[in-house]
Ligand binder design. Structure first.
Ligand SMILES: [Zn+2]
Length: 187
């Protein structure tokens, strides 16, 4: 999904294991340790606040913010991120709808579904956009598929890898890859 080779992913997992951030489960799967989870939540939280700095303060679009926030990475210390967060008025979500607070994210997961799993006839509100694919993220914004937007699933054609939704009074075709990256709250 991230375009990282199998070899590099394996190397990174070994390093994370040596650092005590992941451990191997029963089926050799990678599991976060308690320390790993704390670190992961911190990284994610930081990323979401920096995205808001880029959109709210620097005027970048939401589609641009994700890539630039990745590039900035560890530029800001924890203290700087705390100050940025306070100056921005403690935003609740990143520009793509993901909660800044990991506990809120976990609690909300059960209420959401990828659009690809939603049945025809269902009305739903877009809450979060998948961020792993920059081109797809741009496409969401170009099509008006943004957090807070309501849509109705008109027709799902899984065999064709496509579904049709009503959005702003117009019909819109959405491919499977895109539908899997739109997390909605069914009404
Ligand atoms: Zn984001």
């Amino acid at each position: 999904m991230l375009g990282v080779s199998r070899a590099s992913a394996g190397e990174m997992l070994k390093r994370l294991e040596a650092d005590g951030l992941i451990e191997r489960g029963e089926h050799k799967e990678a599991l976060l340790t308690a320390a790993g989870r704390v670190r992961a939540e911190k990284v994610v939280r930081k990323h979401r606040i920096i995205e808001r700095l880029l959109t709210d303060f620097m005027g970048y679009t939401a589609a641009e913010a994700h890539v630039y926030a990745d590039e900035l990475g560890d530029t800001f210390t924890d203290d700087m991120v705390e100050r940025i967060e306070a100056r921005l008025g403690n935003p609740e979500r990143c520009p793509h709808g993901w909660p800044v607070d990991p506990a809120v994210e976990q609690a909300e997961n059960d209420e959401l579904a990828p659009l690809s799993d939603v049945a025809a006839g269902t009305r739903a509100t877009i809450v979060r956009l998948a961020e792993h694919d920059g081109d797809l993220l741009h496409w969401f914004y170009d099509q008006g598929l943004v957090p807070g937007r309501e849509l109705v699933v008109r027709d799902a054609q899984p065999a064709a890898g496509q579904m049709t939704v009503a959005l702003n009074g117009a019909e819109q075709a959405i491919g499977e890859k895109a539908a899997a990256g739109l997390f909605v709250r069914p009404a």
